[in-house]
Structures are given as structure tokens and as C-alpha cells.
Write a protein that binds this ligand. Structure first.
Ligand code: PMP
Length: 323
């Protein structure tokens, strides 16, 4: 779908995937005015097809657009475009109970000019691609590397927006995590390098021995994850006290060592929920729950996965039927 100032959104169409020719002066190539979303369509038990909370992705997409001074895609257009794409062929959505159809809506500045100003033209596109399970051979706790050299977002920056530049800036930190034998990077806050913010592509949660579950607050430097918000609802309905609270890395280590912290997990669209087993930094490492997957984590995961796949009741109205 195209956008031009004064004309609005026009020219919606479905096409076979092909290269997009671009003028070398296309704005996005220089100033990175680009945002995206990620969500999944699932095959339901009765053969139908559903999406999980696409309205939440539509809202976040508009919020990202606002931060990046881009024309917002209306909610209806966002949802209609996703549905039209999925309806072409239900067989795109894998039958396999672990598989899904990954959907990648994105929008970029397509005007051709070299001045630093918001573009007056945009393209909104969606790529659809079948994907298998995030975990090969069952859920395994991830190990995380605490980055001291890099932060992801500063107050007033773009941390709460899902813009490509945030990910470009995080690649070197993720590479550092891999070099240190870890699966994922954990970012601390930019101002004090003290509080845990999030992983490279997932939000983080802590489960304490007194029945409390906490996650860092949305202060503008972390992405408001849709899985995060869903987990908060599920956990509260399961009787946990759920709090959005800053939690320092030092406290994390102390509580894991004393046993006050029972479990830690990360969550996002790709993995849904994954236990965090080992936490490492330049000075050493510690584990949570002896590096194993905890019951609370796996219980929340099971409930969320079964809601998404339509094999458990959905009292929240999260499952959006397409076919
Ligand atoms: N934080 C970051 C930086 C992410 O890229 C993602 C993935 N979109 C998340 C958190 C989790 O968000 P969601 O649950 O909406 O996938």
C-alpha cells in the first residue's frame, strides 16, 4: 500500500514477492525512517486460521510511526491487509502444531530526496512466511550476556518504537553475547547501567518466592511487548501479584543466590516464553533455579501457547479468527 501526502493511502495490492527498485536517494536509505511489526497466524484445531492480538500490533505500529514522524497506517487498513494476505491460501499456515505463518508488516520512507525532514511518501508492506518452532527439540533455558559496553535505548530516544535502527544498534551487542557463549544479550539502562531493561528481542520477567512476579516498567526505553502484556494478565488471573518494577542487575544476582528469586524468563512473539537459566557478565556468572526451567514459567507458557493455538479457552478475546 502506498501513501502520499494529500492523497492518503492508496494502491493496495497483493503481489508475488519480488525486488523493489529504489532510487539511491530514497529517504529510508539515509535517515532510517522505517518501522516494523512481527506477529503470527496459527492453524486452529478445526482447520481454521487465527491471528493473535493483531489489533495490538496495529496500535504499536501507529505509535512507532508517530515517534518516527511517519504517516500512521489506520487500524482497519492494517488488519484488512493482513487478512487479505492470509486468505489467499490457508495452506500457507503450517498444519504442524509447532509451526505458524510469520507476518512482517513494515513501513518505510519512500520519497526521493536528501534533505533531513520527514518523508511525504511511504510504502506499507507485509511479508508472510511459514516458520517452524523457535526451539528445536523442546524448550531449553537460554543463557544471557549482560552488556556493559552497549545500551539499547536512552530516555527520550526510540526504545519504545519498533524501528529498524534500534536493531541495527543492538547487533554488535548480540554478537558480543554469542562470542561469550551466550544465546541472548541483556541490556541495562543507559543512564546508570544498573537496571535491567530487556533482551535483544524479548521482555524479561522475575518470579519470586512470595508469589510476586515483576517486569520492568514502560518508561520509554523498552519495547511494550504484546507477549509481555498478555503474560501480565495471565499471571494476575493465576493469583500472582504482578508489579511493573525496576530491578537492578546486582539485585538479580543477590536474589538468585539467596533463593528469593525462583525463576526468570523472557517473552516475545518468536519464542513466546523462554526460561532464563544462566546469566553471565565480564566478572562471572550465576544461575536461576539451577539453570533449569521453572514450573511457573512453563505453566504460563503452556497456557499462552494453547490459547494462541485455539486448544484452550480464550476468555480475553485475544484470538482473531481469519478463516
Ligand atoms: N523487546 C524487543 C526489543 C523486541 O524486539 C520484541 C519483539 N517484538 C519484544 C521485546 C517482544 O515483543 P512482542 O511480545 O510484541 O513480540
Amino acid at each position: 500500500v502506498r501513501y502520499a501526502e494529500g492523497k492518503g493511502w492508496y494502491d493496495a495490492r497483493v503481489e508475488a514477492r519480488a525486488p523493489i527498485p529504489m532510487d539511491p536517494a530514497t529517504a529510508v536509505l539515509h535517515y532510517a525512517q522505517e518501522i516494523f511489526e512481527g506477529l503470527k497466524a496459527y492453524r486452529a484445531a478445526d482447520g481454521g486460521v487465527t491471528m493473535f492480538r493483531p489489533d495490538a500490533n496495529a496500535n504499536r505500529f501507529r505509535a512507532s510511526a508517530q515517534r518516527m514522524a511517519m504517516a500512521p497506517v489506520p487500524q482497519r487498513l492494517f488488519l484488512d491487509a493482513l487478512e487479505e494476505l492470509i486468505r489467499i491460501d490457508r495452506n500457507w499456515v503450517p498444519d504442524d502444531p509447532e509451526g505458524s505463518l510469520y507476518l512482517r508488516p513494515f513501513q518505510y520512507a519512500s520519497e526521493v530526496f536528501l534533505g533531513v525532514k520527514p518523508s511525504s511518501e511511504y510504502l506499507f508492506l507485509i511479508i508472510a512466511s511459514p516458520v517452524g518452532s523457535y526451539f528445536k527439540g523442546g524448550v531449553q533455558p537460554v543463557s544471557v550476556w549482560v552488556s556493559r559496553d552497549y545500551t539499547r535505548a536512552a530516555p527520550g530516544g526510540t526504545g519504545a518504537a519498533k524501528c529498524g535502527g534500534n536493531y541495527a544498534a543492538s547487533l554488535v551487542a548480540q554478537a558480543e553475547a554469542i562470542e561469550h557463549g551466550c544465546d541472548q544479550v541483556v541490556f541495562l539502562d543507559a543512564a546508570q547501567q544498573r537496571y535491567v531493561e530487556e533482551l535483544g528481542g524479548m521482555n524479561v520477567f522475575y518470579v519470586f518466592d512470595d508469589g510476586t512476579i515483576t517486569t520492568p516498567p514502560l518508561t520509554g526505553t523498552i519495547l511494550p511487548g504484546i507477549t509481555r502484556e498478555s503474560v501480565m494478565r495471565l499471571a494476575a488471573d493465576r493469583g500472582f501479584t504482578v508489579r511493573e518494577e525496576q530491578y537492578s542487575y546486582d539485585q538479580w544476582r543477590a536474589d538468585a543466590t539467596s533463593g528469593r528469586l525462583r525463576e526468570a524468563f523472557a517473552c516475545g512473539t518468536a519464542a513466546v516464553i523462554t526460561p532464563i537459566g544462566t546469566i553471565r557478565d565480564g566478572d562471572g556468572e550465576f544461575t536461576v533455579a539451577d539453570g533449569k526451567a521453572g514450573d511457573v514459567t512453563m505453566g504460563l507458557r503452556e497456557q499462552l501457547v494453547t490459547i494462541q493455538r485455539g486448544t484452550a479457552p480464550d476468555p480475553y478475546g485475544w484470538v482473531h479468527r481469519v478463516l
